[in-house]
Design a protein around this ligand. Structure first.
Ligand code: ADP
Length: 441
């Protein structure tokens, strides 16, 4: 078992990782930027090391500083958290070359999965249904038009190296496609330093359903069921629930089996997620996230498994503690992401509590919300016997939430929870735009 671990991240995920490490008896060192010198993770960790200025390029993305800090502190492992360097194969490789364990899959696996085109080809090889589209990147306009006609409009142009909901363009006809391909490729080059783009059939209002996986280096792989992340704003998730109201028991079984087969064949280790789009009774592979995800607590609630614990242990060489037959998923869990609309000082913070309510956050009264990083302030996760009970509990929790000083999306979250479309459970990724449109009218 490792004794000392460096956390190369910030915010709520740094706090989340420290909590599990404490329970495992692992000493934590948190790497922080100058902007985060008063962050909660510094108070909870055993020690903290400043790795650079606020600009993440010089701190949270500065692999040399992070690895040097870990080596100087005698850390046996680095946890990259979510975002920043979590899915950077170069970083994973450098960490391992420095003789430190990277809490994530092997660099080659991250590399393969980070390329959406290659990931899709791998899914096809593993007999997993994929969204119809080009098998290779496209750069020639005429060729793209031919391929788009074959796939059938509408189509979506995606960046091979894309992520974070960025770099996607929906194209409804041939005329629109002409000219846009080069722009999309240019945008991808600017955002991801990789201009390769590919085409995919654009599914109208599908559901986003993903399966949580845990794997060890010995080839054991289990899944913890699915999460439905269809409530999105600009392709970014806002609410996640499990189980999904759009997945039948047969689909759940098939998706789980497909996921386990793929991760076994990848030689994957740690925590990972396979994302699907679902339309009617069909599901299609979209991509793999080779890391722990923001919404992992939802699966922890319904399975009783500490995902971060299993991730740390399996990446350190331990065998998985659990077999598929031991995993029983029960009840219903939902997470609402509370985002800041503006930076500023949190003048008063009093998170909700009570039966089956969990809040993962790094806020405290008087803390500052920095303009330098992402907007996620807190995740409210509740657990219930069934969907209706869970939604009502979440409404109660959000009503209780006191967060003053910065503007948040709590009232938007409340409108979604109260909306009949959401309550009925019959919706797709367009649900939020419907709700917002209605509110405007
Ligand atoms: P990223 O890696 O940037 O998060 P994803 O490929 O995971 O991007 O897609 C994010 C979201 O974009 C999906 O949840 C879905 O709402 C939408 N999306 C992606 N591909 C398609 C598609 N082919 N048809 C319809 N919606 C799509």
């Amino acid at each position: 078992m490792i004794k000392k671990l460096l956390i190369a991240n910030r915010g709520e995920i740094a706090v989340r990782i420290i909590r599990t490490c404490k329970e495992l008896g692992i000493e934590t060192i948190v790497a922080y930027s100058e902007a985060d010198k008063d962050s909660l993770s510094l108070r909870f960790a055993d020690k903290s090391v400043c790795i650079g200025p606020a600009n993440s390029k010089e701190s949270y993305l500065n692999s040399r500083n992070i690895i040097t800090a870990a080596a100087l502190e005698g850390c046996e492992a680095i946890h990259p958290g979510v975002g920043f360097l979590a899915e950077n194969p170069g970083f994973a490789r450098e960490v391992e070359e420095a003789g430190i364990i990277f809490i994530g899959p092997k660099a080659e696996v991250i590399e393969l999965l980070g390329d959406k085109v290659k990931a899709k080809q791998t899914a096809i090889k593993n007999k997993i249904p994929v969204i119809p589209g080009t098998k290779d990147p496209v750069d020639d306009e005429d060729q793209a038009v031919e391929q788009a006609k074959e796939i059938g409009f509408p189509i979506i142009i995606k960046a091979a190296a894309g992520g974070g909901g960025k770099g996607m363009r929906i194209v409804r006809n041939e005329k629109e496609l002409k000219g846009i391909l080069k722009i999309a490729s240019h945008e991808a080059e600017t955002a991801f330093s990789d201009g390769r783009v590919y085409l995919e059939k654009y599914l109208e209002n599908p559901r986003h359903v993903e399966v949580q996986i845990l794997a060890d280096e010995k080839g054991n792989v289990v899944h913890l069921g699915e999460r439905d992340c269809s409530v999105q704003q600009n392709h970014q998730k806002l609410i996640e629930e499990s189980p999904s109201s759009g997945v039948t028991p047969e689909m759940r079984k098939a998706m789980g089996e497909d996921a386990v087969r793929l991760f076994k064949n990848l030689g994957y280790r740690g925590a990972g997620t396979i994302e699907f789009l679902v339309q009617d009774k069909n599901y299609y592979f979209m991509e793999v996230n080779a890391r722990v995800q923001v919404e992992h607590p939802v699966s922890e609630c319904i399975s009783g498994v500490d995902i971060i614990k299993e991730q740390i242990l399996t990446c350190s060489g331990d065998a998985l503690n659990i077999e598929q037959k031991d995993i029983s998923l029960h009840g219903y869990a939902i997470e609402c992401r509370i985002n800041a609309k503006t930076p500023g000082e949190v003048t008063l913070y009093l998170p909700p509590g009570g039966f089956n309510v969990r809040v993962d956050s790094f806020l405290y009264s008087g803390c500052k919300v920095s303009p330098f990083y992402d907007a996620l302030l807190a995740k409210v996760i509740v657990f219930g016997d069934n969907r209706l009970e869970g939604i009502k509990r979440m409404q109660r929790a959000l009503d209780e939430f006191i967060l003053e000083g910065v503007e948040t999306n709590i009232s938007l979250q409340k409108s979604i929870l109260a909306h009949p479309l959401f309550r009925k459970g019959k919706f797709g990724t367009d649900v939020l735009s419907h709700i917002i449109k209605e509110e405007k009218n």
